[in-house]
Design a binder for this molecule. Structure first.
Ligand SMILES: [Zn+2]
Ligand SMILES: [Zn+2]
Length: 93
């Protein structure tokens, strides 16, 4: 098997697929190891996801967008409930 020459299999340190730096974690979509400079963080939901720039270009923001829409929807419902509770409180007094 002459192809197995130094295939970066030492120590198990994952390298960034884009620039070759030490990766900080896998991409949430394609699971390729990426470094901090080659990924963007999507916020929303219970945790933050790291998505590589390639996946972000391919519409990775849709993940965050969906979460953001859901959060805004829940916040809207909470706001309506809050207004109802305050109105009822004023009426009861
Ligand atoms: Zn990188
Ligand atoms: Zn990716």
């Amino acid at each position: 098997m002459p192809e197995l020459i130094s295939h970066g299999d030492d120590g198990g340190i994952a390298l960034c697929v884009r620039c070759g730096a030490v990766a900080v974690g896998p991409c949430a979509r394609c699971h390729s190891p990426v470094c901090g400079d080659c990924c963007v963080l999507t916020e929303g939901g219970a945790r933050t996801w790291a998505v590589c720039l390639a996946c972000e270009d391919r519409g990775g923001r849709a993940l965050g967008g969906a979460w953001r829409g859901l959060v805004l929807w829940l916040l809207g419902i909470l706001a309506v409930l809050l207004v109802l509770v305050v109105a009822l409180g004023l009426l009861v007094r």
